[in-house]
Design a binder for this molecule. Structure first.
Ligand SMILES: Cc1cc2nc3c(=O)[nH]c(=O)nc-3n(C[C@H](O)[C@H](O)[C@H](O)COP(=O)(O)OP(=O)(O)OC[C@H]3O[C@@H](n4cnc5c(N)ncnc54)[C@H](O)[C@@H]3O)c2cc1C
Length: 418
């Protein structure tokens, strides 16, 4: 029988959240094993838009989003769609989303928790970029949100108020100034918000693989295998069962992205995650004259200059797990790009689909699992997993040391779904 105090902490999932958490735990002095059924960074963390969205201060579960849902669903080229065969499976999640978005107390919890999360994320990314030698993969060139009507710009009032309260620097610009910041923008853009301190990565996949390399270089172990169960002793998990082996565990972190709910079920608690599918298309950067992430929020996507071309990434397709991709959604990204940057972009180099792991209240689950002494959670990061990964890792590491999480983060308690 193994000595539990010398057993490793097992982190399940080597996406951006698991890899960053493994690094944070390693730095806290734990022996850590990172387990994944695939190579690090090959799932949702592979293909995101690369933006550190540190000023997203209101979760999407809010009245303004709910109000737009019917109109978005009617627009076949719009930012939101439902994967039709999945609709029956999606109904319970959609009902929970609507309830969370309509409940002022829940919306307030979201706002109260996102500010400390984002402040922590800012500090945590700066530290991790330094500690893991990620400097060449990140650029701080700002970010630009662009609007095709005054009305849609006015819809950002509340967000800008919260950002001003946090001390975020931003400049409200007219169409001409927006075209100076991002040359090639269409004349249909009438407004923009420029965030001069915005940072992005030019290779999200490499960020994860570099974290994984540094993790092993500094003594961490990576095991390839699918987690299928757990050994238990009362309220403690003592081992993690893979298909043909069993790893003793001092503690466990569930960071398995969209599949986390399958693991929490085995441990007796609920993580009602949906696959919020998004797509990307990489284009050769012909005629691309902007060097910062640009987002037309009404279209629901980002255009990010990256190492291997310009990445068009985003939109939402709610789906049950394991459904075939709807590649026409990727074609739409190209159409949006051509509308917003007419004449820019060369041949298509690749396309990709990813599953954002999304809980109905659009708050992540961070912290100790309900009714279990040594299981921790880091999942449900929806559109913000890159942004919040390092903060998640540091918060879990601190909680494992016995520190209480900031009280506003009770809103992200993994036990809130029972
Ligand atoms: C189009 C798009 C654009 C995006 N843009 C941004 C952005 O600009 N900024 C931002 O902050 N976020 C963005 N996101 C969101 C972000 O990519 C995700 O929130 C993030 O990648 C989730 O990371 P994760 O580590 O939780 O999950 P994943 O990357 O999915 O990793 C989970 C890992 O767990 C493993 N796993 C699952 N089950 C098991 C099991 N039973 N046993 C072993 N291993 C298992 C999987 O193999 C996988 O490697 C975007 C997402 C999409 C789709």
């Amino acid at each position: 029988m193994s000595d539990p105090t010398s057993d490793p902490v097992i982190v399940i999932g080597a996406g951006i959240v698991g890899a960053a958490t493994a690094r944070a735990l390693q730095r806290s002095g734990h022996s850590v094993t990172l387990v994944d059924s695939a190579e690090p960074g090959n799932a949702t963390s592979f293909g995101n838009a690369g933006f550190l969205s540190l000023d997203s201060l209101i979760p999407l579960a809010r009245p303004a989003t709910l109000k737009k849902v019917p109109q978005m669903l009617m627009d076949r080229t719009g930012p939101l769609t439902l994967h039709r065969p999945s609709i029956p499976a999606l109904l319970p999640w959609m009902a929970r989303f609507a309830l969370a978005a309509m409940n002022p107390a829940e919306v307030q919890k979201g706002k109260d928790s996102f500010k400390p999360l984002m402040l922590e994320a800012d500090i945590a990314w700066k530290a991790e970029i330094q500690a893991s030698g990620l400097g060449e993969l990140f650029q701080t060139k700002g970010a630009l949100y662009v609007y095709e009507s005054e009305a849609s710009f006015q819809g950002t009032d509340e967000m800008r108020g919260l950002q001003a309260g946090k001390g975020t620097e931003f400049e409200i610009v007219d169409g001409n100034r927006a075209r100076e910041i991002a040359p090639g923008l269409s004349p249909t853009i009438v407004r923009g918000i420029f965030y001069p301190k915005g940072s992005h990565t030019i290779n999200p996949h490499k960020v994860v693989t570099t974290l994984a390399e540094r993790f092993t270089a500094e003594g961490g172990t990576i095991v390839r295998g699918r987690v299928r169960g757990f050994g238990r002793d009362g309220d403690r998990v003592t081992s993690v069962r893979l298909t043909d082996s069993e790893l003793p565990a001092k503690a466990v972190v569930i960071a398995a992205g969209r599949a986390s709910g399958e693991l929490t079920r085995l441990l007796g608690f609920n993580a009602p995650l949906v696959a919020e599918r998004g797509y990307h298309v990489m284009l050769a950067p012909d005629n691309v004259r902007f060097d910062l992430p640009v987002s037309p929020p009404d279209r629901g996507l980002f255009f990010t200059p990256m190492q291997e071309g310009v990445r068009l990434a985003g939109t939402v397709e709610l789906a049950a797990p394991h459904q075939p991709p709807s590649w026409h959604r990727a074609d739409l990204l190209v159409k949006h790009f051509k509308d917003v940057f007419p004449g820019a972009g060369g041949e298509e180099r690749s396309r990709w689909i990813g599953e954002r792991p999304t809980l109905p209240d659009y708050r992540p689950a961070i912290g100790r699992a309900p009714r279990l002494a040594n299981v921790y959670c880091g999942y449900g990061h929806q559109h913000l997993g890159l942004t919040l990964a390092t903060a998640t890792g540091r918060l879990i590491a601190r909680q494992m040391e016995g520190e209480a999480l900031p009280s506003a983060l009770a809103a992200c308690d993994p036990g809130r779904f029972g």
